[in-house]
Design a protein around this ligand. Structure first.
Ligand code: GRF
Length: 205
């Protein structure tokens, strides 16, 4: 299996997907995005993937499946058929079934707009702002059965400013994401890591 072969799953705007494709094209991120899947037909991420010439771009509609497990199984089959090693979640807004997480154990990664373990869940930026923290950021982590709970691969910090709104804070976090996600993918493919307890230890190369 080619360890640079990835599938990206996205539900929305797709700005992270866009920077990953751009970094790969520029040669700074050695991934081959073979497949993009969205659960939302209208996701801008799908159009971006098509515009950028990704080989396979799929809308898989959850409404066509009886339950989460069978929907996830269809996504998993497409990912396996495309020969993808990593599954990169980039604004994918569905909770993955335990079956899917086990099937691809240790090979699913996610980016979250807060410094985990603080502020897991659907609105990391808004929750951080409302709590009143003075710094927040983003976290790239492995996905396990606990929502936003897997081992942490990388984090970046941004300030929270007095006049921030949820959107201005999220925009600042997103610019940090756009550097952190491709760079973390590069390290995963080029350097590799192992896990001790909950700690991700990067290989020294
Ligand atoms: C990002 O902020 C990411 O942290 C979260 O969803 C957002 C996706 O943004 N999981 P985009 O669709 O990549 O622009």
């Amino acid at each position: 299996m080619n360890h640079g072969a990835i599938a990206i799953m996205a539900s929305g705007r797709g700005s992270n997907l866009k920077v990953i494709l751009a970094a790969a094209k520029a040669g700074s991120c050695p991934v081959d995005t073979r497949l993009v899947i969205s659960d939302k037909a209208t996701a801008a991420a799908l159009q971006t993937a098509r515009d950028e010439g990704v080989a396979q771009v799929l809308h898989i509609n959850p409404k066509d499946y009886a339950d989460r497990a069978s929907f996830d199984a269809a996504c998993g089959d497409a990912i396996e058929q495309a020969g993808c090693h990593w599954i990169v979640l980039a604004g994918y807004m569905r909770i993955l079934s335990a079956e899917f997480v086990q099937r691809f154990a240790g090979r699913i990664i996610n980016i979250h707009p807060a410094l985990l373990p603080a502020f897991p869940g659907a609105d990391g930026a808004g929750d951080a702002l409302n709590y009143g923290v003075k710094v927040s950021g983003c976290t790239v982590h492995l996905v396990d059965e606990v929502l936003d709970g897997g081992p942490i691969l990388a984090q970046a910090v941004v300030p929270v400013l007095d006049d921030d709104t949820r959107d201005s804070l999220h925009a600042r976090i997103q610019s940090a994401e756009h550097t952190l996600y491709p760079e973390t993918l590069r390290r995963m493919v080029e350097d590799g890591f192992h896990i001790e307890g909950r700690r991700v230890i990067w290989n020294q190369v």
